[in-house]
Design a protein around this ligand. Sequence first.
Ligand SMILES: Cc1cc2nc3c(=O)[nH]c(=O)nc-3n(C[C@H](O)[C@H](O)[C@H](O)COP(=O)(O)O)c2cc1C
Ligand code: SF4
Length: 440
Amino acid sequence: MTTLTPVLTDNWDTERAWTLAAYEERGGYAALDKAFAMAPDDVIAAVKESGLRGRGGAGFPTGMKWGFIPQDNPRPKYLVVNADESEPGTCKDIPLMMASPHTLVEGVIVSSYAIRANTAFIYVRGEVLHVIRRLQRAVQEAYLAGHLGKNIHGSGYDLDLVVHAGAGAYICGEETALLEGLEGRRGQPRLRPPFPAVAGLYASPTVINNVESIASVPSIIVNGPEWFAGMGTEKSNGFGIFSLSGHVRTPGQYEAPLGITLRELIDMAGGMREGHELKFWTPGGSSTPLLTPEHLDVPLDFESVGAAGSMLGTRALQLFDETTCVVRAVLRWTEFYKHESCGKCTPCREGTWWLTQTMARLEKGEGTEADLDVLLDQCDNILGRAFCALGDGATSPITSSIQYFRDEYLAHLTHGGCPFDPAASTAFPSSMTTAAGATA
Ligand SMILES: Cc1cc2nc3c(=O)[nH]c(=O)nc-3n(C[C@H](O)[C@H](O)[C@H](O)COP(=O)(O)O)c2cc1C
Ligand code: SF4
């Protein structure tokens, strides 16, 4: 069995891990002097060589993104950390910032130095006031210790770091909507090009990276790119935090090399809850197509999960057992997307409304089989036609659930309601509680 590789999570159970004293006692901030002894371009080269790919969902190579910043552009450069974390099921950045905010602050300093930014921002989801306070305190401690501010560690490099609280909108995790929000406007995605690397925050060259991507940088600088590249799979290097939630015995954060399988992770988590079996799961949050027990041995790396018909996303592994109604779960997610649609483009603004109407009818057993085709047609009119990936994501749970659990949708129609509802007249046939072809 692949073992866990705690790096980002290694200090989480130490006494008052979030304080500067605890962080420094375990070697924290050692990456700064090492990075300052290197030319900024060499830091970028090291991150490229490590093979680190963005941990915010899309998996874009981090070093390559940094290399896009035009250094001959006279405008200031900015680093913006995406700490909006609002995808249903995704729950890794918030624990990381709560347990060890200095890991992120250290990563911000090294990354900003590499792209030659003198101002950086951490954009945090507005609802998590406890995280905002913890980050603010960590930033204050870092200033007082000389890790931030003017002439850091006598290197001649200056950096200011601002913690910005968003107003609590899922769309503000989309990087260009985030920039709009940071500039004080309504959070709606921007047209690209220009890309943020050329004209991002205040029309200046900007790198936007996920919390976990930036927090991984200090360990790469301290241990070397080969160390990082030595973990994971050929094209998905390194480790990542896998968040297990739902009907598993020990939910939580499991930091492991990319390429570990869900079967291995469930074993480490003590199995599914007693007497129950896995029915369906999301590999990377609710925007990634559902998978079933037949995918338990798919390596959780970008390529393999893609080949299995889904996406690695944020490694938000939500596990549902046979007591869960897939139609009801998908309806809840669809309501979320409808609520969070920013309204900028018609396919998503109107389409997500229509999706909830059709889904709700089916869930109550009031539709007809033809509604399934209507639903797929509605998805088809959103996928690839919406202005940003929120619209595409809204269709993923619907199309994948119909692919694997069509019979369960039909059972709602024959039962005249949800067969999982205790008040329903007939019990749900056990043969329908697993996906077609699944080997639970
Ligand atoms: C609707 C929507 C929400 C998103 N939410 C987040 C988020 O909360 N955190 C995040 O890092 N990326 C989020 N993303 C992805 C970002 O747009 C962007 O790709 C990411 O921050 C890049 O960082 P990375 O290269 O380090 O992964 C979201 C994208 C979309 C379309
Ligand atoms: S897809 Fe949805 S969230 Fe994205 S721009 Fe269009 S309306 Fe807004």
